[in-house]
Design a protein around this ligand. Structure first.
Ligand code: KG4
Ligand code: ZN
Length: 351
C-alpha cells in the first residue's frame, strides 16, 4: 500500500510517501522567517504553505519515483493547528484525492505524533505509555491498540514547548526557544539554580505556567533594570543578564520541566504497567527529556521507543502512517469533512 501524507498545521510544510510501511520520502520545508517576529505569524504561514505545497508534492513523487496513479490513499492533517495553515494542506489533499479518485483520510495531528514511534524499525509494544510534548500540547496517554487511545492527563495551562519558548524570550535567547534553552543549559557550570514544579491534585496532569512565572520573578529580583536598582520603586522590568547566568537559568528551568514530566510518567508506569514507553512531539528533540524516558525504561525493564529527530517535530510521515492505520480500521472518506483548529475529541480516542 502506498500512502501520500500531507502536513500543514503550523510552520512546517511536509509531504511524505509511505510504501509498505517504509518511509520512502519525508520532505519538510520549515518556515524559518517567523524568527523575525518572535513567533509564528498565522497569515504568513498560510501563504508560505500555499507556495510550497504543489512543488513539494511534485518533488516527493519524483524522489520516490512514483506516479499519482500508484498512490492508494491520501491522508492530510485536519487539526488541531492554525486554521489558515490547515486549510491549505487539507483542501489541496482532499481535492487531489477526489480528482484522482483515491480514498482520502483526515488525520488528527496529535494522533500522528502519538503513533510516530511506529515509524521506527523497532516499534513500541502495546499497551504503550506515550508522552506527547509539543509547542501546543502536553499529553500523557496509554495506547492499547491502533484504535484505542486512553487519555491520562494533559497540561492545564501552557504546553511544555510553549513554556520553553516563553522562558527563552524572557531570558533573551529568542525563538524557537526549545533548542536555544537546551544549548544554553549544556553550558551551565554551577547547576544550582532551581525552580519549583507544580504539585497538582489531578493525577497525570501537568502545569508549566508556574515555573515560567518563577523564572520571571527570579530574573526581576536578581537582574533588575538600571532604573529599578537606582530607585526604591520596582517596575518589574528586567536588566541585562550575564551570559553565564542565562546558562544557569536555562539549566534550572529545563531540569524543572524534565522532573515534572518524568514524575507523571513514572507514576503511570507504576499504576498501568505498560509494555513499552514512547516519547514524541517537537520537544522530544530535547536530550534531557529523551534521557529521562530512557532512564525510566531501564529502571522498569521496558523498552523506550523514541523517534529519530525528523519524526519528533511536525512531519507528514506520521500523518501518512496514521492515515493508513485509520483506513485499515475502516475509516471512511467524506468530501464534506473539514479541518478543525482546536484540540478536541474529533478523530481521537476509543473509536
Ligand atoms: O511538534 P512541534 O514541531 O510543533 C507543534 O505541533 O507544536 O513542536 C514545536 C515545539 C516548539 O515549542 C519548540 O521550542 C520545541 O518544540 N522544541 C524543543 C526542542 N526542539 C524543539 N523544546 C525543547 N528542546 C528542544 N531541543
Ligand atoms: Zn506537532
Amino acid at each position: 500500500m502506498t500512502i501520500l501524507g500531507i502536513e500543514t498545521s503550523c510552520d512546517e510544510t511536509s509531504v511524505s510517501i509511505l510504501k509498505n510501511d517504509e518511509v520512502r520520502v519525508n520532505l519538510i520545508s520549515s518556515q524559518h522567517f517567523h524568527k523575525l517576529y518572535g513567533g509564528v505569524v498565522p497569515e504568513l504561514s498560510s501563504r508560505a504553505h500555499l507556495e510550497q505545497i504543489v512543488p513539494l508534492t511534485r518533488e516527493a513523487l519524483n524522489k520516490a519515483g512514483i506516479g499519482l496513479d500508484e498512490i492508494d490513499l491520501i491522508a492530510a492533517t485536519a487539526g488541531p493547528g492554525l486554521i489558515g495553515a490547515l486549510l491549505v494542506g487539507f483542501t489541496f489533499a482532499k481535492h487531489l484525492a477526489w480528482s484522482v479518485n483515491k480514498p482520502f483520510i483526515p488525520v488528527n495531528h496529535i494522533e500522528g505524533h502519538i503513533f510516530s514511534g511506529f515509524l521506527m524499525e523497532t516499534k513500541p509494544i502495546f499497551p504503550v505509555l506515550v508522552l506527547t510534548v509539543s509547542g501546543g500540547h502536553t499529553l500523557l496517554t496509554i495506547v492499547e491498540s491502533e484504535t484505542k487511545i486512553r487519555f491520562l492527563g494533559s497540561t492545564i495551562d501552557d504546553a511544555a514547548g510553549e513554556a520553553f519558548d516563553k522562558v527563552s524570550k524572557l531570558i533573551g535567547l529568542g525563538y524557537p526557544g526549545g533548542p536555544k534553552i537546551e544549548q544554553a543549559a549544556l553550558l551551565a557550570k554551577r547547576k544550582d539554580t532551581s525552580f519549583p514544579i507544580a504539585n497538582l491534585k489531578q493525577a497525570y496532569h501537568f502545569s508549566f505556567s508556574g515555573v515560567k512565572t518563577s523564572v520571571l520573578r527570579y530574573v526581576q529580583k536578581n537582574f533588575p533594570s538600571d532604573a529599578d536598582s537606582n530607585s526604591n520603586s520596582v517596575s518589574g522590568k528586567t536588566g541585562i543578564i550575564p551570559e553565564e547566568e542565562i546558562n544557569e537559568i536555562a539549566f534550572g528551568f529545563q531540569e524543572s520541566v524534565v522532573t515534572a514530566l518524568m514524575k507523571n510518567v513514572e507514576k503511570a508506569i507504576v499504576k498501568f504497567k505498560p509494555a513499552s514507553l514512547s516519547l514524541n512531539g517537537g520537544v522530544a528533540a530535547n536530550s534531557a527529556i529523551r534521557n529521562g524516558i530512557e532512564r525510566l525504561g531501564t529502571k522498569y525493564g521496558i523498552p523506550a521507543v523514541i523517534p529519530s529527530f525528523e519524526y519528533c517535530g511536525d512531519n507528514a510521515a506520521m500523518i501518512a502512517l496514521r492515515g493508513k492505520q485509520l483506513f485499515e480500521s475502516g475509516e471512511k472518506f467524506s468530501i464534506d469533512s473539514e479541518p478543525f483548529p482546536a484540540f478536541n475529541s474529533r478523530y481521537i480516542y476509543n473509536r
